[in-house]
Ligand binder design. Structure first.
Ligand code: PMP
Length: 290
């Protein structure tokens, strides 16, 4: 049995529930964060909380508890479930209202914290690399809903994921409305060409990933030249190396995109070095639980 935090108390996960009138359920009106704990340390918890509270601000969701209180509750969620390695899902929705769209009829946001386990990809995929395809769906336009908001409506990403899985691939790459490479369904993308590491800026229409910023810091420490740049599929197909980053996927190599072999078809040396360094910092950069 695990315990889940729902609006102020920890309850048995089997009995944890929210109202069917919650606008998170009715309209996808809400936001979420995925956070990892490694060996009793919650990776970059402060950064995740800051991002959550920024998203709430952008959506005019008034957080019912302070960031410090939220931090305490996240730590408690890991502790109470006696976890050392965990995946923590933080969900904040507009709360219970009526059947209309009006968010001002929802007096109090709903807060849920789930601490559990996750394994997204088997270790062999980290060793051999992923083969991915480009989705025919375009990433949500910034003008419609900025992908920097991890909203409870992930249909754009889910449709692309369905497309990938139906075609026999684990992940799909999405372009923005102009055809620039944006990100994958749940991960940011990096390419390496002639020794330079590139990733698109968030302005392309992608999430400002926390794993992404960790990788950028690692690259700087390793002295790998880095540039944020808009680029197209051509640049991906002709890159020497490619990898994805995300809280759930961590840093994972990509060896094929749309049937084009990337580099030598095996995870490249810079990618492997970055993954190695990333694994070293996961249980260092964060908030200690125990
Ligand atoms: N892009 C999307 C669409 C995501 O859902 C995620 C995972 N939350 C990421 C990128 C990676 O972000 P992070 O490293 O903060 O998990």
């Amino acid at each position: 049995m695990s315990l889940v935090y729902v609006n102020g108390e920890f309850v048995d996960s089997e009995k944890a529930s929210i109202s069917v009138f919650d606008h998170g359920y009715l309209y996808g009106d809400g936001i979420f964060e995925g956070i990892r704990a490694y060996d009793g340390v919650i990776f970059k918890l402060d950064e995740h909380l800051k991002r959550l509270y920024s998203m709430a601000k952008a959506l005019l969701i008034e957080m019912p508890i302070t960031m410090d209180e939220m931090k305490e509750k996240v730590i408690e969620a890991v502790k109470i479930n006696r976890l050392k390695d965990a995946y923590i899902r933080l969900v904040v929705s507009r709360g219970k209202g009526d059947l209309g769209l009006d968010p001002y009829k929802c007096p109090k946001p709903t807060v849920v914290i789930i601490a559990d386990k996750i394994t997204l990809y088997p270790e062999t995929m980290y060793k051999n690399g992923l083969k991915i395809i480009t989705s025919t769906y375009r990433r949500n336009s910034i003008q419609a809903l900025d992908p920097q908001i991890k909203s409870l409506n992930y249909l754009n990403n889910i449709l692309a994921k369905i497309e990938a899985v139906k075609a026999g691939y684990p992940e799909a790459l999405l372009l923005n409305q102009e055809g620039y490479v944006a990100e994958c369904t749940g991960d940011n993308i990096f390419i390496i060409s002639n020794g330079i590491l590139f990733t698109p800026p968030s302005a392309v229409g992608s999430l400002g990933g926390i794993t992404r910023s960790t990788v950028i810091d690692i690259a700087k420490q390793l002295g790998i030249p880095f540039e944020e740049k808009f680029f197209s599929l051509f640049n991906v197909y002709t890159a020497d190396e490619c990898f994805l980053t995300g809280t759930a996927a961590e840093a994972i190599p990509v060896v094929e995109v749309d049937h084009r072999v990337i580099g030598d078809g095996v995870p490249g040396p810079i990618t492997n070095k970055i993954i190695e360094e990333f694994r070293k910092v996961t249980s260092i950069l964060g908030t200690k639980v125990y």
